[in-house]
Design a protein around this ligand. Sequence first.
Ligand code: FE2
Length: 511
Amino acid sequence: MVGPLARRRLLLQAAAIAGGALVPQAWTPALAQARLGEDPFQLGVASGDPTADGVVLWTRLAPRPLSPDGGMAPAPAAVDWVIAEDEALTRVAARGQTLAVAEAGHSVHVEVSGLRPDRVYFYRFYAGGHASPTGRTRTAPLAGADVARLRIAYGSCQKYEAGYYPAYAHMVADAPDLVLFLGDYIYEGDATDKGVRRHPGPEPMDLAGYRVRYGAYKSDPQLQAAHAAAPWMVIWDDHEVENDYGGDQSQDDVDPALFLRRRAAAYQAYYEHMPLRRAALPVGPQMQLYRALTWGRLAEIQLLDDRQHRPHRTCQAQANGKLIPDCDERRDPTRSLLGPEQEAWLMERLASTQGHWNLLAQQTLMGEGVIPGPLWSNDGWDGYPATRNRILEQWRRAQVSNPVVLGGDIHTFVAGDLKLDPEGPVIASEFVGGSISSLGRSNAAMALLQSANPHLKFGDGEVRGYGLVDLTRETCAVRFRAVESALVPQSPIRNLAAFVVEDGERGLKPA
Ligand SMILES: [Fe+2]
């Protein structure tokens, strides 16, 4: 007697052998769902965290994305998935079935393994009689492989009210192997009338609220297309929880124990909406986000979480907003922006990396940004300069090959060099990639900042866009890609500036 599960498998195999589109019609009684009348795939598909033999496939069933439950009944729902070597999904590499459960907002995170290294794949999900869009992804090369090139697009800061996402249409056309998203995927602020579109509802404070917020952001078709075009590796900044939060400290000085409840809800919603591995599944208010990616011998990317593990803001008593004069606490070497465990992990990675290029993907501007006073922001690296110095020292001491920093957060394109002391040698270069839509500082303010910080070689806060990095053995070429206007969904793009870092040399040059 062929049981329903076995029969279903046979049907799937038959469909695959027949080479037809794989839309399962038979459902097992144990998992029977009311067929979904509305398309459950309105938030699109995504993939992420590639390895040499696999990748994470993501979707979330949400026929009504702006409902806290996504429009799903509380019961589990069966989701079939397939990954293939061709876009028509005929040369199937793997397939399976997973359950989307209410506890995870009916999101699914399929960790596919057994794929071939350094290859493009296509994937699709099926549920309730509907098929998702087809996504395109790829695996990483084998760790020891000689890899000629890698193209990375990196972006951050996509405030929904501030603009549309024409940047993503161009990012897709640029055909990156990998997309890095460096934080501020959502903004938590209340709905306002100030932008081109409105946040749904009030500031999220609980899981239901954050789910609705992601439902709005992820409904954007250009964002969905970018997720469907390449694997992403994501890290967060502050707005995925609350502006300028750090550790258990809210910007509003809420009781830390209470703020951690909000952080837990925000982290859970983040996990539910990102193509992350199970290792990142939050446990209460804790979530493992920092990690590294190896791309053959060509590159290693270390991705940092500088929000969750940091101690409280420094010199707060002297602060005017978040700008502070110098104080002993700011220079306290025991204060780590990364927290002791993550910092130890990073030091270990930097000591052992085999990457020809070592990209440090993190949230914000890493170089010093002192403003006349002198004053520093206590929200970023300038609030924790000992951590920055230890990383620079480790790059030098461990003779890390070709370190380059990528950042976001400040809604401004910045290119600069990093030094331990102003008169000393350049140790690394950094490229902060503007913002997808969030409004930045004026170029007059940027010019003032650059005049006090000559290591910041380029700055433009008045345009929106992303960074494009082309790595070969010889060069790390970075282009700042700027859209004409993010106030409209379709907008032309231009190269705002282009730089190159050459193998074995320190310091960026105009390209
Ligand atoms: Fe931002």
